[in-house]
Design a protein around this ligand. Structure first.
Ligand SMILES: NC(=O)c1ccc[n+]([C@@H]2O[C@H](COP(=O)([O-])OP(=O)(O)OC[C@H]3O[C@@H](n4cnc5c(N)ncnc54)[C@H](O)[C@@H]3O)[C@@H](O)[C@H]2O)c1
Ligand SMILES: O=c1ccn([C@@H]2O[C@H](COP(=O)(O)OP(=O)(O)O[C@H]3OC[C@@H](O)[C@H](O)[C@H]3O)[C@@H](O)[C@H]2O)c(=O)[nH]1
Length: 345
């Protein structure tokens, strides 16, 4: 049990976690690393599970309520002896014995997190409290997937982790961005007060195969629209920017953060920055050159610019993204073609 926090402050630690089953110390038993992935049936979560399952020393448990995720994303692991899938809502306590927790459970696409905002904030606050309670009880290390949305509509560009953000506390996005900010606070309070080992990743826009076709986020929308021959819906003004990270780079960054020595928060994202008009033009050029681009109304509080400063990730985790947008989009196109049943002309 740690006695000093990463910033040198003294911590009050409560009672230590119970000892694990004697079986884990038995001479002839090689214990595996037991890893819980909440939200593991979703887009990033299922890719993370694939990577974790590659290591034969890992046992993976997924807890998911299937709000935006699906069993289909995990079908290759169902029935595997090192894998378990639990239908569970993180707003309820969970009793499992694990060594690490990747806490991803939360809808991520704006149309889904705004659909039931009260549930979104409960997922972020009560869900994170429950997972921290679990981490405390069993002595597990816990990683939270926070978001670039904690910077709100940023007034500093690119965004370093030291920036405190510019967030509307009462807007339609607040259930998500303020929810994640409270989740980060809870993580640090459990760390300082109870000595829990924490990791916080601030994820910037991530894309790749397995995103829901009707997820509503911009990359999946544009690819699905181009493949269906529908016009690409660029929300006004179209000059707003995002920086897109391919999912395999993201998973690599999350695992390095979990395995490393630093609590974070650490930005994980690709600094390649594009306006939404540039993204639409790239999708058009790569997938369907004759598709139209249609300017449509935007939603409130849409951040005007976003680009991660990844100096910390490079220095502390030895991580930087490898896949450029132009290389990642065709991989996603291939997956969408398969799922939509539209072959290349
Ligand atoms: N993809 C991105 O660009 C991005 C950016 C920043 C942060 N993140 C964070 O990464 C995580 C995963 O995002 P994603 O893109 O894979 O989204 P996703 O919607 O595909 O996955 C979220 C998963 O969480 C599950 N879930 C939602 N509420 C739950 C609850 N109450 N109990 C149990 N399970 C629940 C969903 O069913 C789904 O499987 C989220 O925490 C999100 O906030 C993602
Ligand atoms: O069809 C569309 C959808 C979206 N957009 C624009 O594309 C930009 C990105 O929108 P998205 O919905 O993909 O995602 P956002 O960047 O707004 O939010 C995301 O940020 C980080 C994560 O936490 C979440 O995955 C999500 O909240 C916005 O400016 C939006 O106005 C379009 O131009 N057309």
């Amino acid at each position: 049990m740690a006695t000093a926090s990463s910033n040198g402050e003294q911590k009050t630690t409560s009672k230590p976690p119970p000892l694990p089953s004697p079986l884990r110390f038995s001479k002839f038993y090689q214990s595996n690393m037991r890893i819980l992935v909440t939200g593991g049936a979703g887009f990033i979560g299922s890719h993370l599970v694939d990577k974790l399952m590659e290591n034969e020393k890992n046992e993976v448990i997924v807890a998911d309520n299937y709000f935006t995720g699906s069993k289909d994303n995990l079908k290759k692991w169902i029935g595997h002896p090192r894998f378990e899938l639990i239908r569970h809502d993180v707003t309820q306590p969970l009793l499992v014995e694990v060594d690490q927790i990747y806490h991803l459970a939360c809808p991520a696409s704006p149309i889904f997190y705004k659909y039931n905002p009260v549930k979104t904030i409960k997922t972020n606050v009560i869900g994170t409290l429950n997972m921290l309670g679990l981490a405390k009880r069993v002595g597990a290390r816990i990683l939270l997937t926070s978001t670039s949305e904690v910077y709100g509509d940023p007034l500093i560009h690119p965004q370093p982790e030291t920036y405190w953000g510019n967030v509307n506390p009462i807007g339609v996005r607040s259930c998500y961005d303020e929810g994640k900010r409270v989740a980060e606070t809870l993580m640090f309070d459990y760390h300082r007060q109870h000595g829990i080992e924490i990791r916080i990743a601030r994820i910037f826009n991530t894309y790749g195969p397995r995103m829901n076709i009707d997820d509503g986020r911009v990359v999946s929308n544009f690819i699905a629209q181009a493949l269906r021959g529908e016009s690409l819906t660029v929300q006004k003004p179209g000059t707003q920017t995002r920086s897109f990270c391919y999912v395999s780079d993201m998973v690599d960054g999350l695992i390095r953060l979990m395995e490393g020595e630093h609590t974070g928060p650490i930005n994980i994202g690709n600094p390649g920055e594009f306006t939404m008009v540039e993204l639409a033009e790239t999708v058009k050029e790569l997938i369907k050159p004759d598709v139209e681009i249609n300017m449509v109304e935007n939603t409130p509080d849409d951040p005007r610019q976003r680009k991660p400063d990844i100096t910390k990730a490079k220095e502390l985790l030895g991580w930087e993204p490898k896949v450029k947008l132009r290389d990642g989009l065709p991989l996603m196109e291939e997956d969408f073609r398969l799922r939509l049943g539209i072959s290349k002309e």
